[in-house]
Design a protein around this ligand. Structure first.
Ligand code: GAP
Length: 458
């Protein structure tokens, strides 16, 4: 049975994800990506970039700075209202999110309900501290933005670590449009770090204080926004499915309460073993963002249609997802425990793990395994690795029985194992084993590159 604990332990043992500063007992809700984790994260980022920028003629890339002018966050509304409703325990002093506490006692709640409603529900349901059963303070709003100073001596030099990458796109709307001569509709995409001072309750990398977002903002003519929103809605869920997430574990969830600026908001949700959770947000943000930045900057951020000369503030359709969060989603989805004896799911005896991750996301694409440590076999392995590693992340492994080495690669999701044996010396062929079907094929060494090109067509 897949549990949060089993995936967390697995991610650490295999070098996907480590607690930040673990030797100092860790920093809460901050994580590091290990040797396999960074490969998986890079692969996901690359596929997203390919889908957004490479495969759309009218979507342009951007890498805006983390630090921005503080007025950006006044215009965006983050200074005034980017907050979580928090309660403190009067006994143990632990801090909790009011809406999350309500959910743990079976009351539906979310952070947009407003403090008064949340406090009423907390009281009506006699909610106490889950840690020590102590009495709680009423809920208050705490701003989630992290701050830093640009000057040691000047107090007015306060800046924020951006809580979302989107604002870097909005304030560059005119720059990108002018530089590329893009015509509406067009999009701007970027992947980058964001920071939020989240109060988290052991959600691993699902909710962290430092994380990366993959955000695409699509600038459209207001009258076309509804139709284009629907188009994005159908393509985004399908994209997650194309990465191997099972259709029955994906759905759209409509926001019950829209943010004041939003015209429509749906989340792509994934069915984790502990419930449906958001993996990507899809919003029709109307003209709110550019109008606000016009107001606060005093600059004209309107678009002039080159054919009609009509000038207007474009509407924005946003597709925003978490890179780290979705590395986690992919790990959870792909993680499978099999019974070591029967090979069936739900291990009753000793368990074996297979990571059935989509091959385009797999950290290591192929392992090269000599049947023995004899030099002539090692030499062939070296040659094969030299050739394949120009295109793919490969791994060489010569320790332990071949069965053990297959298991080791199955565990980290390697789709193909290439075994070099004594026959290879004569027939110049190797055995390629498929992780999922466990079928083995004899392939000529000189044909391997072509063979894998076909296997990795996206
Ligand atoms: N620009 C819109 C925006 O930032 P959001 O729903 O707050 O919207 C978008 O965040 C996505 O970013 C979420 O769907 C989630 O995948 C990811 N995300 C948000 N907060 C996160 C956190 N604390 N840790 C990890 N990922 C987070």
């Amino acid at each position: 049975m897949k549990s949060l604990e089993s995936v967390v332990n697995f991610a650490k043992q295999k070098g996907f994800i480590f607690q930040s500063s673990e030797v100092y007992d860790g920093l809460a809700a901050v994580y590091d990506f290990g040797p396999l984790g960074i490969l998986l994260k890079n692969n996901l980022q690359e596929l997203w970039w390919k889908e957004m920028v490479q495969r759309h003629n009218n979507i342009y890339g951007l890498d805006a700075a983390i630090l921005m002018h503080p007025r950006v966050w006044e215009a965006s509304g983050h200074v005034a209202s980017f907050s979580d409703p928090l309660v403190d325990c009067k006994e143990c002093k632990m801090r909790h999110r009011a809406d999350h506490l309500l959910e743990t006692v079976g009351v539906e709640a979310d952070d947009k309900m407003g403090i008064e409603v949340l406090n009423k529900l907390l009281q009506e349901n006699n909610v106490v501290c889950p840690n020590c059963k102590g009495e709680l303070t009423p809920a208050r709003d705490f701003n989630l933005m992290l701050e830093t100073q640009l000057s040691k001596t000047d107090d007015s030099s306060k800046v924020y670590l951006r809580p979302e990458t989107a604002q870097g796109i909005y304030v560059n709307f005119k720059n990108v449009q002018t530089a590329t001569r893009a015509k509406i509709p067009f999009g701007i995409a970027q992947v980058g770090k964001a920071f939020r001072n989240e109060i988290t309750t052991k959600q691993f990398i699902f909710r962290t204080k430092e994380f990366s977002q993959m955000e695409m903002q699509y600038f459209v003519k207001p009258e076309t926004a509804e139709k284009l929103y629907e188009d994005w809605k159908s393509s985004r869920l399908a994209w997650w499915e194309s990465l191997g997430l099972k259709a029955e574990n994906l759905r759209y969830h409509e926001h019950e309460k829209l943010a004041h600026y939003a015209k429509a908001a749906y989340d792509v949700e994934y069915n984790f073993p502990w419930g449906w959770k958001e993996i990507e947000g899809l919003h029709n943000r109307g003209d709110f963002d550019l109008t606000q930045h016009e107001k606060f900057s005093g600059k004209n951020l309107k678009y002039r249609d080159p054919e009609t000369n009509e000038e207007y503030v474009p509407y924005i359709i946003e597709a925003s997802s978490g890179l780290d969060r979705n590395v986690f989603t992919l790990l959870v989805d792909a993680y499978e425990e099999l019974d070591a004896r029967s090979g069936e799911e739900d291990a009753k005896h000793e368990k074996e793990v297979v990571l059935r991750i989509h091959k385009s996301l797999a950290p290591i694409k192929m392992a090269i395994l000599p049947l023995s440590k004899k030099e002539p076999l090692q030499n062939i392995c070296n040659e094969i690795q030299n050739t394949l590693s120009k295109t793919y992340m490969t791994q060489y492994d010569e320790t332990g029985s071949i069965g053990k080495r297959y298991r080791r690669q199955d565990e980290i999701g390697t789709p193909y194992c290439i075994t070099v044996d004594f026959d290879s010396l004569e027939d110049k062929k190797v055995t390629v084993r498929d992780r999922d079907t466990m079928e083995q094929e004899r392939i000529g060494i000189d044909d391997l590159e072509k063979y894998f090109v076909e296997k990795f067509v996206v």
